[in-house]
Ligand binder design. Structure first.
Ligand code: ZN
Length: 169
């Protein structure tokens, strides 16, 4: 399959709630393959289907750039089962907001359940960057963006840059 254009902030597709995957058919396999190619080319850590204009509950993570033991993980119909009360402040970026990085508070730990490409359900308890990436990508499936998680102060500070992103896209 192929690399696809990444949707940039301002495009309403990023604000839609994605539909569950009914069946892991060829269409879904192709989607995951496109997400993988697109993520590799963009050198990102994670990518959600709506970022390539597919309103499906699918995202992938590839944390191998920061953790050599990590491999590509596919999350189909993910459910957040638990988040820790403890929060962590970690800098995030998003391929739909090129060049924008901001420290954001989110739960430090997360437990997620999802289906893999073979149709097997799995559960994962994560912390650190993995937890952060899961929460960030999961938000995309709900039409929520990382700017929504910033303090209103940070958002105000970034207003000019956000406007520019919208204009360019
Ligand atoms: Zn993102």
């Amino acid at each position: 399959m192929a690399e696809r254009p990444i949707v940039i902030y301002g495009n309403q597709v990023l604000r839609k709630v994605c539909d569950p995957v009914e069946e892991i058919n060829q269409e879904i396999k192709d989607l995951v393959s496109d997400l993988t190619d697109t993520l590799k080319k963009a050198r990102g850590l994670g990518l959600a289907a709506p970022q390539i204009s597919e309103l499906k509950r699918v995202f992938i993570l590839d944390l191998s750039a920061i953790d050599i033991t990590a491999s590509l993980k596919v999350f189909i119909n993910p459910e957040i089962m638990e988040t820790s009360e403890e929060e962590a402040e970690i800098e995030e970026g998003c391929l739909s907001f090129p060049g924008l990085y901001q420290k954001i508070y989110r739960p430090a730990k997360v437990k997620v359940r999802a289906t893999d490409l073979k149709g097997n359900q799995f559960e994962l308890a994560a912390d650190g960057m993995t937890a952060r990436a899961i929460l960030h990508e999961y938000d995309h499936l709900e039409g929520v963006l990382f700017i929504d998680r910033m303090s209103s102060f940070a958002r105000t500070m970034l207003r000019g840059r956000l406007r520019k992103l919208k204009v360019v896209s």
